[in-house]
Design a protein around this ligand. Structure first.
Ligand SMILES: NC(=O)c1ccc[n+]([C@@H]2O[C@H](COP(=O)([O-])OP(=O)(O)OC[C@H]3O[C@@H](n4cnc5c(N)ncnc54)[C@H](OP(=O)(O)O)[C@@H]3O)[C@@H](O)[C@H]2O)c1
Length: 322
């Protein structure tokens, strides 16, 4: 079948190991099912994989992609949940130490078909297109859990979203508005700041700029480049929820003094549960909120999408269609 896969790793030139070609049909273990992929969305995770982060050399070649929407074996429209828990695990699958994401241990979604455990398909509301639904399983689910589960945010709170252009960040801005929050956002790029306002941010700032107010919570996915600013932006008792480190994980000054003196809370967040994915699809269905799609490309032009993400030239999600 047609597939977009990683053949080798390169830290400096991740696209060198990317192949658009053919791979065997997926194996379907007992208790698993297949989904015919109609649309699949690109995540930074796919670039990390090509850099050899989160993916083992023995697992190559590996079909990339965590996210997909398509048709199940009975022709139902479904969204694929990307977190695969270990056999016998019950409860919150993001806490399973042996969980994996599609494209880490099991073949991913950038292909004609993907195999997943039966519980990993969620009904797609008819109001969402395949392209919109394909954006949800990673970036949007992560944003949903960051705000409402890990962040515990509620209507009336004020949140800062760092790095407004990213897939997770654009999801955070939209979902925070849906949840009745006051939304501040930063970006290095003036054009992206303008687009963040159009998307629903109440106010936007340059990366690192002093804010006029202290916020209840900061949503961090950028890491090193914005960490100090995130610490300084919080009110006493405020919360940073961190789910990514795009600019690197090592910080010069972690702000430890401020963390204890202002009693700040630092909370990690990773993906989300199947139930949270179902709640997210229902939320979008009910409110009319939709993922922002930066561009849609036929899957055989996936390389162009990877290149855009590698250079940071995007605002919202890049979606591949079959
Ligand atoms: N834990 C999880 O479950 C989970 C799930 C999804 C994603 N993630 C992680 O979250 C991060 C974002 O993912 P994504 O798919 O949204 O990636 P992305 O679309 O590539 O977003 C990256 C954004 O980060 C900002 N940025 C990058 N370098 C920066 C720098 N040096 N200084 C300031 N801002 C910088 C940029 O914002 P501006 O250009 O607007 O400044 C850019 O738009 C990734 O690290 C990813 O691995 C984690």
């Amino acid at each position: 079948m047609f597939a977009v896969y990683a053949e080798s790793f390169s830290t400096d030139d991740p696209l060198a190991g990317l192949v658009v070609g053919e791979r065997p049909d997926p194996e379907v273990p007992d208790g698993w099912t297949t989904v015919d992929v109609k649309a699949a969305a690109l995540n930074h995770h796919d670039l990390w994989s090509l850099r050899g982060i989160g993916l083992r050399e023995e697992a190559l070649p590996m079909i990339l992609g965590c996210d997909a929407a398509g048709l199940d074996e009975d022709g139902n429209e479904v969204v694929v949940h990307a977190v695969v828990s270990s056999p016998g695990w019950t409860g919150d699958e993001t806490l399973d130490p042996k969980r994996s994401l599609l494209s880490e241990r099991y073949q991913g979604t950038f292909a004609d078909r993907v195999a997943v455990p039966r519980p990993n398909v969620v009904p797609k509301p008819a109001s969402l297109s395949f392209e919109e639904a394909a954006c949800l399983p990673t970036a949007w689910l992560t944003a949903y859990r960051m705000l409402f589960t890990q962040g515990g945010l509620k209507a009336g709170d004020t949140v800062l979203v760092q790095g407004a252009g990213g897939g997770v960040a654009t999801a955070l801005i939209t979902l925070a508005r849906v949840g009745g929050l006051t939304v501040l956002a930063t970006s290095r790029d003036e054009g992206k700041r303008t687009r963040a306002l159009e998307l629903g941010a109440h106010d936007v700032f340059e990366s690192g700029e002093r804010l006029p107010v202290k916020v209840d919570a900061v949503m961090e996915t950028v890491g090193r480049a914005t960490w100090s600013h995130s610490i300084r932006a919080l009110r006493p008792g405020g919360t940073i929820v961190i789910s990514g480190t795009t600019s690197g994980p090592k910080v010069d000054d972690a702000g430890l003094t401020r963390i204890f003196f202002l009693q700040l809370r630092i909370i990690g967040s990773t993906m989300g549960t199947r139930d949270e994915l179902a709640s997210l699809t229902n939320l979008l269905d009910a409110t009319g909120a939709r993922p922002l799609v930066d561009r849609t490309l036929p899957m055989d032009q996936a390389r162009d999408g990877f290149a855009a993400m590698a250079s940071g030239d995007l605002f919202g999600k890049i979606v591949f269609t079959r």
